[in-house]
Ligand binder design. Sequence first.
Ligand code: SF4
Length: 358
Amino acid sequence: MITPWEVSEDIDYKKTMEQFGVNSIFDVVKNLKKPHNFMNRGIVFGHRDFQRILDAINNGKDFTVVSGMMPSGKMHFGHKMVVDQLLYYQKLGADIYIPIADLEAYWARGMAFEATRKIAIEEYITNYIALGLDPEKINVYLQSKNEKVKDLAMFLSKKVNFSEMKGIYGFSGETNIGHVFAPIVQVADILHPQLEKKVPVLVPVGIDQDPHIRLTRDISGRYKDFGFIPPSSTYHRFITGLLGGKMSSSKPETAIYLSDEPNKSFKKKIMSCKTGGRETLEEQKQFGGKPEECVVYEIYTYHLIDDDSELKKLYERCKSGELTCGTCKKECFEKLSVFLKELHEKREQAKEIASKLI
Ligand code: SF4
């Protein structure tokens, strides 16, 4: 089951790509001068029409990135992956749009507008800036306050019917009409930058958000007068939770929050991670570990080691049995502690900037 509101634990990415008609990123990314590590490491694995963005990057032309959020709790390392990609594209010169889906949060989850706004500013935008996004070069807005987006959504809704929405999202007769309309607002979020500047738009998302991309691409072609360029998209893997399964904001034992304090209990959480280690130390030394099944190795790969040769060395030390899981987890905790401590300091400065952005 994969929809923007529900994702099953074990996703077969290869099969999902085939079912959804998503292309492999490796076919295009080899033409990028400096791909993001996520692309080289298969974390960003798929795309639609990324070629258009590649052309813009390689020819120094303008392009836009849209990355919406529906704030619902504390930001964790899964959310950080989106910011890491935004940072990459901002450095390449992209205009960044960050819609805050307060309308969707109200319709789909019953969240009060003020609560969504508060979490968006104090937790999400503050962290986005602390992680390095240049606040001068981002367009952050609340859906409920963006008249252009709302007007466009109402206009575009004329050529979408309930059967189509039901087919894409599985809505039932019980679904409230606001929830049914929410994806059209997202379509407007993605397309409205082109009302001002007709340049290619990229939406980097998890594969669960692909229904929105498909709908947007379809609708963009129904309004020839606008001359919309269908949006491009990339798809990244979900980070695994610390105990295996999904990393979830509502389950602290599964998540590394950006606000985690690097203290004793945090150390305990990291030391309890699911690893690819053997049953006994003797077996580990004799047969080596299984980094491909290890959450700790995934944290290193996704977040802690940029240098490929350093990562390869870790992989080999694990495989050969030279590295034990205890030492490996302790080093992981130490690296995370440095990162979190620095982030906490930056967040203090980012707070005020974030509050003025919306
Ligand atoms: Fe994972 Fe490290 Fe153990 Fe290898 S040594 S299985 S990478 S924790």
